[in-house]
Design a protein around this ligand. Structure first.
Ligand SMILES: N[C@H](CCC[C@H](N)C(=O)O)C(=O)O
Length: 303
């Protein structure tokens, strides 16, 4: 029986990593179980999200479909949007492309350096039923949620923001001072978040400089989260803690955020990387590397 192999790209945005399929000609729909199997770092390729690039029904450059490592489909992924933006710009020789997502149309354009891309992530949403939250809160800059002993909570009163996906941001004085591995899943699935939430610990350590650690919905701890960087930058500015231009320092590296005053859009700038080319045999669900990534391409160029 002929095996059915399919090529993919392995990419990352500051270590937040993806398997990317090009399904613009040959459609691809995988079950959540197969996505989770491929996403598992022991049994599969391993990734935080799986990205499927499809034809856009709006006639823009492409549609980007996003699945978390647990197999669940979601509407937004900032780091992946930068990576797909780069691929589409390189392919078409353009310096601006438009990507359709379930969260809306996003524009990616060349930023100041090689492999660096800026994405206009659109407007943040703050209304309780847009996050969404399970009950009405008039002010989502600090919602009533705490974890730990009632009289001495470990984490409490987070800000809530949607970038097309739900985020809760806890302001702390040391992002490493909390067991996010322990509290992350409890908060991610807290009943106040009917669709779950991405959980960020954020420490404003200098003027417009914020250190962030993220527990991602459907994944767990990741090295970076683009929509969390957007959500933290916006929540800090909204609450008067910083200006509208901030640098978000994630374990995987920095992301520049500008919450533009003229139209309230969030601009997110950061690196992208092609790690390698590969292919999956869907008969056996095995995979192999078939080509190099940026590191070797750049090494060749330098030699
Ligand atoms: N875990 C997120 C999706 C990926 C977000 C992240 N990887 C990014 O770069 O924005 C969610 O369930 O909403």
């Amino acid at each position: 029986m002929a095996s059915e192999t399919r090529p993919f790209l392995k990419m990352n945005g500051l270590g937040n990593d993806f398997v990317v399929w090009d399904a613009r000609v040959d459609p691809l729909r995988l079950s959540p179980e197969v996505v989770a199997r491929l996403g598992d770092r022991e049994t599969g390729i391993g990734f935080d999200q799986m990205i499927t690039v499809e034809r856009s029904s709006f006639g823009v450059d492409a549609f980007m479909r996003i699945h978390n490592q647990n197999g669940g489909e979601v509407s937004a992924c900032g780091n992946a949007t930068r990576c797909i933006g780069r691929l589409l710009m390189e392919e078409a020789g353009k310096d601006l492309v438009t990507i359709e997502t379930a969260a809306g149309l996003l524009h990616a354009f060349d930023a100041e350096g090689p492999r660096t891309v800026t994405v206009d992530m659109g407007k943040p949403r703050f209304e309780w039923d847009q996050i969404p939250l399970a009950e009405e809160f008039a002010d989502t800059r600090a919602i009533e949620l705490q974890i730990g002993p009632i009289d001495d909570p470990v984490l409490h009163t987070p800000a809530a923001v949607s970038m097309g996906n739900p985020h809760a941001i806890f302001w702390v004085d040391d992002v490493e001072g909390y067991e996010l591995e322990r509290f992350g899943p409890l908060l991610e699935q807290h009943p106040i978040f009917p669709e779950g939430a991405n959980i960020s610990l954020a420490h404003i350590f200098d003027e417009d400089q914020i250190r962030v650690k993220v527990w991602e919905r459907g994944v767990g701890l990741t090295l970076a989260c683009g929509t969390a960087a957007c959500a933290v930058g916006v929540a800090a500015a909204r609450d008067g803690k910083t200006g509208r231009k901030t640098t978000i320092h994630l374990p995987g590296g920095p992301i520049g955020i500008e919450w533009r005053e003229s139209d309230e859009h969030v601009l997110m700038t950061g690196l992208t990387e092609v790690e390698f080319e590969g292919e999956v045999d869907f008969e056996t669900l095995t995979w192999r590397k078939t080509g190099a990534g940026d590191a070797s391409t750049e090494a060749e160029a330098a030699s």
